[in-house]
Design a protein around this ligand. Structure first.
Ligand SMILES: CC(C)(COP(=O)(O)OP(=O)(O)OC[C@H]1O[C@@H](n2cnc3c(N)ncnc32)[C@H](O)[C@@H]1OP(=O)(O)O)[C@@H](O)C(=O)NCCC(=O)NCCSC(=O)C[C@](C)(O)C(=O)O
Ligand SMILES: [Mg+2]
Length: 353
């Protein structure tokens, strides 16, 4: 195990200094596109101002015979596009695949100055992050990069979930984590065939009334992902990194997508993936606190003065702990408003009330 004193030393001569804190940058939607798909790649300049993160996906959903084309497409798109303050991420192929190594070698040396975060799929434990950590340091030194590329792990194997805390703390590069519900379901031998979301068979039923076991009994669908998201949120919060929901595969069902995203938002996630342009606005709506919640949070913060003691506002007790919750909402609103002029206006209007 590395000494805590060595943790923030570069892992290769000439590599940039690791960050001591992960900066919070709005990332409500991580928008996936296949850079080898000409139609999708052509939409990137228009999409860039509409999303917080654009992610060139090289892994699953890209056919094996299109892997090299997608990698080359990402290099071309990154070089040709001015992303403004929108982040550029990539999801590379898994470390055991025929393409993962070349993805890292090519992308860091060719477009490392444009890449903010590399998403690593199917992370099983800290050893996977340590491997990427050292390799990235070597490549950053070779490419002459001056800021470290951050790493995002997908939680999509049973072993990854079992090791979630050690993954979150494996490197100062760790930026965050996303749930990968499809691979995780397969890894766990769950019996779903969907990408995220609920299942009508996963339910609880009210007790029978009398002897009739069928009449008058209500069922309530349960959230298949609650346990994993909650574990991921705790691991991320404990290590100062950011948790994300992940993908929702039923593109047509914008209603259930919004519900799934909102559950994740309320539990502590900062964003989700958008797989289709239709999901971008859903993520923006869900992962931006409502103006009413921001107004309430500011009211509590103002009433609480130095943040200690107890006061009553509209019949509800407020104290040191509620003011901390309100600061979470108000600080998120401030960070989002700095990037999103529409939100800035909506949040300013409620504070004028
Ligand atoms: C679902 C698909 C096939 C439907 O694509 P489509 O063309 O059939 O849909 P459409 O509604 O007809 O598309 C309308 C227009 O939007 C475009 N379009 C469509 N999508 C995008 C996009 N993302 N970005 C930019 N443009 C997009 C599309 O090209 C078309 O353009 P056009 O009007 O000019 O003809 C398509 O949206 C797609 O390929 N999306 C990305 C899929 C993806 O990245 N999957 C992997 C992430 S999920 C995952 O890996 C799981 C995980 C975490 O690993 C695990 O749980 O284990
Ligand atoms: Mg996957």
């Amino acid at each position: 195990m590395r000494s805590a004193k060595d943790f923030f030393r570069p892992l290769a001569v000439g590599a940039p200094q690791p960050l001591t804190e992960i900066p919070f940058r709005p990332s409500r939607m991580i928008h996936f596109f296949d850079p080898g798909n000409e139609k999708m790649a052509a939409k990137v300049p228009d999409l860039a101002p509409r999303v917080d993160v654009l992610l060139g996906n090289l892994e699953d959903a890209v056919r094996a015979d299109r892997k090299e084309a997608s990698r080359a497409g990402l290099v071309a798109v990154a070089k040709a596009t001015d992303f403004g303050d929108t982040q550029l991420w990539t999801r590379v192929n898994s470390l055991d695949s025929p393409w993962g190594l070349d993805d890292l070698l090519t992308l860091v040396t060719e477009i490392g100055d444009k890449l903010d975060v590399i998403m690593v799929p199917k992370v099983e434990g800290a050893e996977d992050i340590h491997y990427v950590d050292r390799l990235l340091a070597q490549l950053e030194a070779k490419a002459g990069l001056t800021r470290p590329i951050l790493v995002h792990a997908i939680l999509e194997t049973a072993r990854g979930v079992a090791n979630v805390e050690e993954i979150a703390g494996a490197s100062p590069r760790m930026q965050g984590m996303s749930l990968g519900p499809a691979d995780l379901a397969a890894s766990r031998r769950m019996k779903t065939t969907r990408v995220g979301g609920g299942h009508p068979g996963y339910l609880v039923r009210t007790d029978p009334v009398g002897d009739d076991l069928t009449a008058g009994r209500h069922t309530y669908q349960q959230d298949l992902w609650h346990y994993t998201i909650a574990r991921m949120v705790d691991a991320c919060a404990a290590h100062g990194i950011l948790p994300y929901y992940g993908p929702f595969g039923d593109i047509r069902d914008v209603v259930a997508c919004e519900d799934q995203f909102r559950n994740a938002f309320l539990l502590g996630c900062v964003g989700a993936w958008s797989l289709h342009p239709a999901q971008i606005e859903i993520a923006r709506r869900v992962f931006s606190p409502s103006p009413a919640d921001v107004s309430w949070a500011r009211k509590v913060i103002a009433a609480m003065g130095d943040g200690t003691g107890a006061v009553m506002i509209d019949g509800k007790m407020q104290d040191d702990a509620t003011v901390k919750q309100c600061r979470v909402v108000a600080e998120l609103a401030d960070a989002l408003a700095a990037k999103d002029p529409e939100l800035a206006k909506a949040y300013a209007e409620v504070s004028d009330d």
